[in-house]
Write a protein that binds this ligand. Sequence first.
Ligand code: HEM
Length: 478
Amino acid sequence: MLTISDIVIALVSLFLLNSFRVFVRARCQNTLPIPPGPLCLPIIGSLLSIPTHVPGKVYAAWSRKYKSDLIAVRAFGQLSIIINSKQAAQELYERRSAVFADRPRWTMLELTGWNFAASFTPYSQEWRAQRKILNHSLHPSVTPMHNPILLTKVQTLLTNLYVKPEDFRQHLHHHAASNVMAIAYGYDVKRANDPFVDVGTRALLTLADCQLPGARMVNAMPMMRYLPHWLPGMGFMSYTARAKALVSELQDGPFAYAKRSLIDGTACPSLASAQLELNDAQGGGVEGEKTLKRALATFFAGKTVTVFASSILALVLHPSVQKRAQAELDRVVGHSRLPTFEDQPSLPYISAICREAMRWNVPVPLAVAHSPTQDEIYDGMLIPEGAAVMLNAWGILHDPETYPDPETFKPERFLTAEGALNDDDLQVVFGFGRRSCVGVHLANERRGRKRDYCQCRVQGRTRQVSMISATSDTVFGN
Ligand code: HEM
């Protein structure tokens, strides 16, 4: 029978072994310095300094303090490097994309099963297969086919907001989920307590626990997963088992629904039905279906309500912005109908509000970590192979040199002197390089402009399609 002191010795040995491994690797690798950062103590590293509240703000301040685009923090031997400038992000993620296209292997992602998602899978054959499906489904020539769904769902949202404005959060969540489930699976989300949405939402909540540096010791010391479950500090194992069941159900439930409805002839057009038919036609078999199931479940992870909520908050806090937006709508749309996709080019101020909402309250403030597959040198600093590299989108979008008075909500910063939209396409919000957001064409109205009135082939027929409007895009994407 193990005693408490045996357990303590085992855990300390694990710590030391891990720290020694990191130390030896650092010595053998290179004598170049890693990027600067806060005080690093033995074993716990800079854990005590790692910010939990608006981390992007703290990292940006450190970047200014140390006069360096890159900042490094460590927790239990895991090195994280934070990129604080657009130039550095483009250099590393775009120009060196072959090296920076991998993701760190967080043990928690593996234990909870979240590593199924395209966003977290290593740079591998599985990632390529999922990304191909997603690229195809979210290509700018294809996304306009979702417009009818988006318009119908927006009308339901507006009715709900009008009837019960105090429940706006609930309406926004319901709306985002309805869009995703209709587009991906042809599924009509129930008004309340929808079983698929319930599972998906609970699964998403477990994601936050998987990625933060230092959030879970097991991320830093993967060997811990092999220790007996009854040891103190091993409670995370039962947590991950529960999370894994939810993550699996998130993939299986809606996919089984889509397959069933295809077989019994009740399927609504959706990505699932189109891709299942394609998989059959191409003889993709069971493996093809598995990849498709995972790729579609990634859609649910692309659903957040941040941009909706920040747009509403901004309009409530800034009545003058609301007044100017209303005046633009009245002038372009009039009072007898709702805006449509065709109106969007004539609504630059509304588009500027959507962009400013994403800049002001960045939806993904510290973007998903990348991991270099070999040592890289940037500006005389070493970025070691396997480090977790994160883009501080919040810091870049609140840099006072690019965005003067950055805490203030000012849609005008996205307009030219003539009142047209300027060229700041907010790419920082969606990331750079091979792992950049695949949903960008659905979520960002600017790119939509380029496909205005383009001809596209949808299910064998050529039809005239129009662009996605800023309002519905933002409503969908976030
Ligand atoms: C305003 C809405 C959205 C924002 C701000 C956003 C932002 C991001 C960011 C920052 C990344 C990480 C980029 C990187 O690793 O460098 C990402 C990745 C991703 N996004 Fe989005 N996203 C949005 C909407 C969507 C939508 C609607 C989908 C639809 C499925 C989607 C699917 C994905 C996927 C699959 C990835 C992983 C790409 C990969 O690792 O290859 N996103 N997104």
